[in-house]
Design a protein around this ligand. Sequence first.
Ligand code: NAP
Length: 254
Amino acid sequence: MIIGYDIAGVVEKTGANVTKFKAGDAVYAYLSIMRGGGYAEFATAKEGEMALKPKNIDCEKAAAVPLAATTAWQALIDTAKIDKGQTVLIHGGSGGVGSFAVQIAKARGAKVIATGSATNQDLLKQLGVDQPIDYETTKFQDVVKDVDVVLNCVRADTLPASYGVVKKGGVIVSITGDPDPAECEKRAIRCSGLMAHPDAKVLDELTKLIEANKIMPIVSQTFPLAEAAKAHQQIETRHARGKIVLRVAPEPKS
Ligand SMILES: NC(=O)c1ccc[n+]([C@@H]2O[C@H](COP(=O)([O-])OP(=O)(O)OC[C@H]3O[C@@H](n4cnc5c(N)ncnc54)[C@H](OP(=O)(O)O)[C@@H]3O)[C@@H](O)[C@H]2O)c1
């Protein structure tokens, strides 16, 4: 099995029923978790998993987008249905999914509170977070209350403490495990455990936001494919900043 669920590059060849893309198109895709195949010089993608690459970023940055940004979109837009003026708390705002979630929420006109360590407070501010919280010195439940939406992007013990900071009628979406239905019912909040899936329509929306400079991928490190293990060791620390990208070939000429 070849792992890897994000790719960016140039279309080499299309199948007989493909109408949206042609050889030579610069594209990016979120490959189905069932197939993978991204850690390779050549990969296959379905039309419904792929979109034209944003014109203002190279393949290295584009490869950082699909899975993480789609997850953030499906959590905040499709599931929580965030709206202008709402307040959103994002746990892990400096990570792969969190860094996109912050920017998507800001682009929707929400007020954003986000957690991260001391090291990442500057990044949170740079991404547009209105109230960054250093989880090493401050318990978020001591300084946050009555938010409309919580997006949980960390595996730490943040979910159990989140029920009490959401207003009645609010929403919790967790991408790292399901919220407790009894807690949610008791507090009259809508709760959801999300498993993201490829959706080319979401990628098209993300392309628009990136081309409008509303969101920008944060790539903290790039490794050659041969050093994929090093990249994974970095991810396994659970303290990666933004995304880590593997380069499998030189940047294609545009
Ligand atoms: N359900 C789905 O469809 C789906 C999709 C994608 C990812 N996921 C899962 O969601 C999680 C997040 O994914 P990711 O790619 O964004 O991970 P990631 O990039 O590895 O997240 C790392 C970030 O989390 C922050 N962090 C760690 N502990 C924290 C804490 N206690 N409070 C606040 N922030 C903390 C780190 O910031 P500091 O260094 O500042 O601590 C770091 O920037 C992973 O567990 C992943 O497996 C699920």
